[in-house]
Every structure is written in structure tokens, then in C-alpha cells.
Design a binder for this molecule. Structure first.
Ligand SMILES: [Zn+2]
Length: 435
């Protein structure tokens, strides 16, 4: 046993010695031929002399990745037989690609979702993710424009700023406000699309502590709600269904009447930007519209055309959530061109279907062409025709059909007019007196 151990030890020592020798040869070969390397090496060593007294760059992790230590490592390695891993590290190309100079202080991450990296070069492995305005302590700067952090990782200087990023300014405001819609969220930032915190319902009372230049109110808990969704007065929930009945005639001489808060023109239920449906009007899909759809669907199928419903009935509250989401992503002005405010949606009538595809290119598909040519026979109209935005209040939607009965659908379609033009009514939030 003892002899075996001795033999093993000798073999190990010999192998180690051989390896040391080979490594020493390689290093020598490198420094003999690498004139350019030496050049940069000496440039760096003068730098590190300058910074020698700065404690910031002399921590352990910095000495490992700095160029000067990389060059000197093999020499010390040859004197210590146990550290075979050192030369391997020193041959790592990435670690020799930057030099560090002293830097210190606090910096703020100026954008969301950036990473610190193990090397001061692009695309090296990510270590930790940071968010906007996270505070970091900088210990060095590299000639590759990275800042080195306390933990030895690197972040590109583009992503660190000396000051916190201010995305809005706050001015004084105070008082009690009421949330004026359902499914309203408070957010961590006073900007569109920032993370949501608490959900509020209509007439929830909140205390405001400031207003921002981005039109958000700041609440006591430090979160923000857009000023569109807060009112000084409580909302009268039953206002819509309490609207008085009336009967009159439209600009084109058709009867217009409001019965229990629902407006009918020529007997056709109207929901557009001028005319609302009550919050609690919740009919589901109207049976006559549904029957008509299936009749149309069979006829289409016989022509080799496949029609299917993508979206049908939507309640006031469904629409409220959908519209709020669009406002959040695109802003209120843009959202108003393609999405309805709650109470104004044609889908709440229960007479409406979105078919097949919510893309304007649907117009030119065989299904879109068939639908435009044939839907009137089954009592449907293309509710928002092309080029009629000014009358309907919405952009062209070749997929959105509305059931008004065969006779009326054929008359409206034959006229080439939108429903609003045909009846002589408006669709304009500014003219809406129902809310
Ligand atoms: Zn639709």
C-alpha cells in the first residue's frame, strides 16, 4: 500500500512538473511574439499604477479580471504547483478585453429590465436583472464603457445615470375623489402601462395627495390613477335607466324614441357614441339575430364559405374592461376610433357579431367579399362601412355585422349609406347627453 501511494505521488508530481514546463513555454512564446500585447500591457500597467492607491479597484474580484493580473498570473502559478486552474482562467479571452479605471459613487439604473454581466463586454453572461431607478454602487469604469459594480459585475454606462430618472413631476393637489368607472386600477407609476396595484370600482372613494404633469392623481398609498377616472362628485349609478322616455323624429324624419333608457330609431335599437344603453341592460345574444346568423352561416357554407363568430354579445362591464385596456395601451383618443366606451357598444345590443377576422384585410378574403354581398339577405348590415368614419364614429370594420331585420338591412345596404346617415342621427361623444 505504501509503495503504491508513493508511486502515485511521484506520478502526480512528475505530471505537474511537466505541465508547469509546458505552460511556462507557452507563456514565454506569447510574450516573445506578442509585441502588441506588451504594448497594451504597459499602457495598462501605467494606468493601474495611477489607480494603485484607489481602494475601489483593488478589491479581490477586480484583481482577477484586470488585464495586469491576467498577465502576471502564470508566473506566480509556476511557483505554486497546486493552482492548475489559474493558467486556464488567464487564457480566457474575455477577461483581457478591457482595462479599468477608478470610479465610484451611486448610480441609478435608467431603464427597465437590464442585466449586470460577468464581463465588461457585450453579450457576456447576465447575472442580475435591474429595474428603472434601482440604485447601484460603482467601483470602476472600463475602457469598454462599462461600470463595474460592488459585486464585481458590469453594467454598460448607457444604462446608469447619476440621478434618478424623473418621468413625471408632481404638483400639489388634495381632496376626496370618486372613481367614476368600474375595473379601474391604481398603478405604481404615473404613466400609461405601468404595473397595476389595486383595483377600484365605481364610486370607490380615494384621497388624492398630488397631481402629475402626466394627468394622474397620486393617492395616499403612493400609487396613481389617471385623472379621467376620478371625479369630484359621486356618480349616480341609475342615471342612465332613469332617463325620461321621449319620442321625436330624426333629421331624416324617422321616429326616434327612448324607452326605459334605450333609444330606438325606426324601431332599431341604437348604441353609438351619441346614444347609450343602460348599465344594467344585459340581454345576451338576441335570439332572432342568432337564428339569422345560423341561417346565413348555412347559406355561406353551401357556397364553400366558412363563417364563424369571433365575438358576439358583450355586457356593459365586459366593454368597460376592454375599453380600459385599450386606453391603457394606446391612449383614449386612439382607443375611441376602434373601441367603444361602456354603454356605447353596438355589441351590448345583443344584435351584433364580429366574424372570422378582426383585420381590415378580411374585406378582400372570399369570406369578407361573400359577407358584404350577402349579409343583408339575412338581416345584417356592415355596421361600420368603409369611408364612413365621420358618420359612424368608427373606422371600417368589415367583420362587424349588426342585425336589423331583412327589410331594413336591404334598404340600408342598397342606399350605400351608414346607419347613421340613413336615419339622420349622429354618433359623437360630444353630443351625448345620456350620461
Ligand atoms: Zn365588433
Amino acid at each position: 500500500m505504501n509503495t503504491k501511494k508513493t508511486i502515485v505521488a511521484i506520478v502526480v508530481i512528475l505530471a505537474a512538473a511537466a505541465l508547469m514546463f509546458i505552460l511556462a513555454m507557452i507563456i514565454r512564446g506569447k510574450s516573445d511574439t506578442g509585441t502588441n500585447n506588451r504594448q497594451s500591457e504597459s499602457t495598462h500597467s501605467s494606468e493601474s499604477t495611477v489607480n494603485g492607491g484607489t481602494p475601489a479597484v483593488s478589491d479581490t474580484s477586480s484583481s482577477q479580471s484586470s488585464t495586469s493580473s491576467v498577465i502576471s498570473e502564470p508566473i506566480s502559478a509556476s511557483s505554486s504547483s497546486s493552482e492548475f486552474s489559474q493558467p486556464k482562467e488567464s487564457s480566457d479571452v474575455s477577461a483581457s478585453q478591457w482595462t479599468e479605471t477608478a470610479a465610484d459613487g451611486e448610480r441609478y439604473v435608467n431603464t427597465d429590465g437590464i442585466y449586470s454581466r460577468i464581463y465588461a463586454i457585450q453579450d457576456s453572461d447576465a447575472v442580475k436583472q435591474y429595474s428603472l431607478n434601482d440604485k447601484v454602487t460603482v467601483v470602476a469604469k472600463t475602457d469598454t464603457d462599462y461600470f463595474k459594480l460592488e459585486d464585481g459585475t458590469f453594467i454598460h454606462s448607457d444604462y446608469l445615470s447619476e440621478n434618478e430618472v424623473i418621468r413625471w413631476t408632481e404638483s400639489e393637489a388634495s381632496g376626496e375623489y370618486y372613481v367614476n368607472a368600474d375595473n379601474v386600477y391604481s398603478r405604481i407609476g404615473a404613466i400609461q402601462g405601468s404595473d397595476t396595484v389595486n383595483q377600484y370600482g365605481i364610486n370607490d372613494k380615494v384621497t388624492v395627495t398630488a397631481i402629475t404633469d402626466t394627468d394622474y392623481f397620486k393617492l395616499e398609498d403612493g400609487t396613481f390613477i389617471h385623472s379621467d377616472y376620478l371625479s369630484e362628485e359621486e356618480i349616480k349609478i341609475d342615471l342612465e335607466s332613469n332617463l325620461p322616455d321621449y319620442a321625436s323624429t330624426t333629421a331624416n324624419g324617422y321616429t326616434i324614441e327612448r324607452i326605459c333608457g334605450i333609444t330606438y330609431v325606426d324601431g332599431v335599437m341604437i348604441a353609438n357614441k351619441t346614444y347609450t344603453l343602460p348599465r344594467d341592460y344585459d340581454p345576451g345574444i338576441q335570439p332572432d339575430a342568432y337564428d339569422a346568423f345560423w341561417e346565413m352561416q348555412s347559406a355561406a357554407e353551401a357556397d364553400g364559405i366558412s363563417l364563424y363568430i369571433v365575438s358576439g354579445y358583450r355586457s356593459y362591464y365586459d366593454q368597460d374592461a376592454i375599453y380600459a385596456r385599450y386606453v391603457d395601451s394606446d391612449g383614449r383618443d386612439a382607443a375611441d376610433t376602434y373601441s367603444s366606451r361602456p354603454g356605447h357598444s353596438d355589441h351590448q345590443t345583443g344584435y351584433t357579431f364580429d366574424l372570422n377576422s378582426l383585420e381590415q384585410s378580411f374585406e378582400n378574403t372570399p369570406e369578407g367579399i361573400w359577407l358584404a354581398e350577402n349579409c343583408a339577405r339575412f338581416g345584417f348590415i356592415i355596421r361600420y362601412p368603409k369611408g364612413k368614419d365621420a358618420y359612424t364614429g368608427y373606422m371600417f370594420e368589415p367583420w362587424h355585422v349588426r342585425y336589423i331585420g331583412r327589410e331594413k338591412a336591404e334598404a340600408v345596404t342598397a342606399s350605400g349609406l351608414s346607419l347613421e346617415e340613413y336615419y339622420g342621427i349622429t354618433s359623437d361623444y360630444a353630443l351625448c347627453t345620456d350620461e
